[in-house]
Design a protein around this ligand. Structure first.
Ligand SMILES: [Cu+2]
Length: 175
C-alpha cells in the first residue's frame, strides 16, 4: 500500500463506485475498494488516443470499449481480497484496484472510507457552523457570558452536523 490510493465510495446498499478519468492514462491509477462488495468502475474517456479505446481487466477478464467523451461503467462482481489490474489494449497504461478485507481495515482506513462518503455534508456542516459564529459572538457581547457562548458554539456545531448528515441521508445522495 505504497503511494496515494483513492477509495471507492460505498453506496447504500452494499455497492461501491469509483470514477476514473481516461486521459493519457487513468486517474486515479491506484484504487482501494472493499473485498466482498460489487464494484462499479465508471470510465470517463477524454483522450482521443486509440490506445485508450479499450480497457482490459485481469479478474474477472473483462474487455470493454470506451467511447470518447462518454462514460462507460464496468461492473465487477464481489470478489475476495486481492488485486485487480486494468490496462489499455496494448498494456501501455495501467491501473490497480486493491480489494481490502473489510475486517482488516485499520481504524484510519475505515475513517477514510467513511469520510469519502460523507465529505460533502461535512463541509456543508462546517460552512453552516461558521455562519452561526458571528451571531454567537454578537450574542456573547450583549447577553452571554464566555462559558455560555462556548456552549452555544458547540451546540451550533452539533446542530449543523446533524442537519447536514440527516439531510444528506434522506435526500438519498451518495453516488
Ligand atoms: Cu494502449
Amino acid at each position: 500500500m505504497i503511494g496515494q490510493q483513492t477509495w471507492a465510495r460505498v453506496d447504500a446498499p452494499g455497492h461501491q463506485v469509483i470514477h476514473v478519468t481516461v486521459a493519457r492514462g487513468y486517474r486515479p491509477r491506484r484504487i482501494a475498494a472493499r473485498a466482498g462488495l460489487p464494484l462499479r468502475v465508471v470510465f470517463h474517456r477524454e483522450d482521443p488516443d486509440a490506445c485508450l479505446e479499450r480497457v482490459v481487466f485481469s479478474s474477472p477478464h473483462v474487455v470493454r470499449h470506451l467511447d470518447e467523451g462518454a462514460a462507460t461503467a464496468v461492473e465487477l462482481p464481489a470478489q475476495p481480497p486481492g488485486e485487480v489490474r486494468f490496462t489499455c489494449a496494448m498494456g501501455r497504461y495501467h491501473g490497480l484496484i486493491a480489494l481490502v478485507d473489510d475486517r482488516s481495515l485499520s481504524l484510519l482506513g475505515r475513517l477514510r472510507a467513511r469520510l469519502g462518503r460523507t465529505e460533502g455534508p461535512l463541509w456543508l456542516a462546517i460552512a453552516l457552523w461558521l455562519c452561526t459564529l458571528p451571531l454567537i459572538a454578537l450574542a456573547a457581547v450583549f447577553v452571554l457570558d464566555p462559558p455560555a457562548a462556548l456552549a452555544a458554539a458547540g451546540l451550533a456545531l452539533v446542530g449543523s452536523l446533524a442537519v447536514c448528515l440527516l439531510g444528506f441521508r434522506s435526500s438519498g445522495a451518495g453516488t
